[in-house]
Ligand binder design. Structure first.
Ligand code: MG
Length: 278
């Protein structure tokens, strides 16, 4: 029952810890980099703190800075399927990201110069605890270490160059991921939490997690069939309707903007936007 973060210590080594009020209990070994994903299939609650920092004094990393896989579900809310003009799919639409596309809560998301169509997508992320292959729907939630807020920032023109999504979904530093992993026991009413995206304070997406077309257990079962899942793997579950690309007039992110995604008890992820200068 807790919230866990990944962070850099003052000496620059990476670690992970448990939030305890205004403090962070460091659960790694002092002086040595340690990663949350390597502890997720054990008993996190039993790990002793090696030291404690003020939360304000640590530099947050993405919740899982180095997942072996980042899988993303497209078209998983009916409102978003409708605004894209597509038919509802019989199977989840899955695309991938690389780890270097992730940034922490508070860190800037970067609009590359190759686009004027950098778009927001607020999402719930699932973080795998116990790995597995061909996981059944019935046991899928036993494989979840926790949940976090995810911003699947999308370069729409590169997403639409042809029939696959990946180039528009994995430019460096285009996805916010944080601030913390929240364990499932803190979220008995997860389905009722609302995914709310605000761009410069304007509410642009607002739907409950219960509106997912393919629910979390279904997505884990589907993905684990073709991709063995490991501790720390991330599945972003899809975005509700209201994306900027389908508005009239369109609404895109640019340098100087701030995007905030709240999912109730899961937390609030804030990222400023900057323009990459080359
Ligand atoms: Mg998405």
């Amino acid at each position: 029952m807790a919230r866990y973060i990944s962070f850099l210590r003052p000496d620059g080594t990476a670690s992970f810890g448990r939030i305890e009020g205004d403090a962070v209990a460091d659960l790694g070994t002092a002086g040595t980099s340690a990663y949350l994903k390597d502890a997720l299939d054990g008993d996190l609650a039993a790990l002793p703190a090696t030291t404690t920092y003020a939360y304000a004094d640590v530099k947050l990393l993405p919740v899982i800075p180095n997942p072996s896989k980042i899988l993303c579900v497209g078209l998983n809310y009916a409102t978003h399927v409708a605004e894209t003009g597509r038919d509802q799919l019989a199977y989840p639409a899955i695309f991938t990201r690389w780890a270097d596309s992730l940034v922490a809560h508070g860190e800037p998301m970067v609009r590359p110069p190759e686009t004027t169509r950098f778009d927001y997508e607020g999402e719930l992320a699932v973080i795998i605890g116990k790995g597995g292959r061909r996981i059944s729907r019935e046991t899928a939630l036993e494989h979840v270490a926790g949940y976090a807020v995810f911003h699947d920032g999308s370069v729409r023109d590169w997403q639409r160059h042809n029939i696959q999504f990946t180039p528009g979904k994995t430019f460096p530093a285009t996805a916010g991921f944080g601030p913390a992993l929240v364990t499932p026991d803190e979220l008995p009413d997860l389905a009722e939490q609302r995914v709310q995206t605000r761009l410069n304070g304007q509410l642009v997406q607002d739907q409950p997690v219960s509106d997912l077309i393919f629910d979390i257990a279904t997505v884990i079962a589907y993905c684990s069939t073709f991709a063995p899942l490991s501790p720390g793997d991330v599945i972003a579950t899809g975005t509700p309707g209201g994306v900027g690309d389908k508005r009239n007039p369109p609404l895109y992110m640019k340098g100087g903007d701030v995007c905030e995604i709240s999912i109730g008890k899961v937390g609030t992820l804030v990222n400023p936007i900057i323009d990459e200068v080359i």
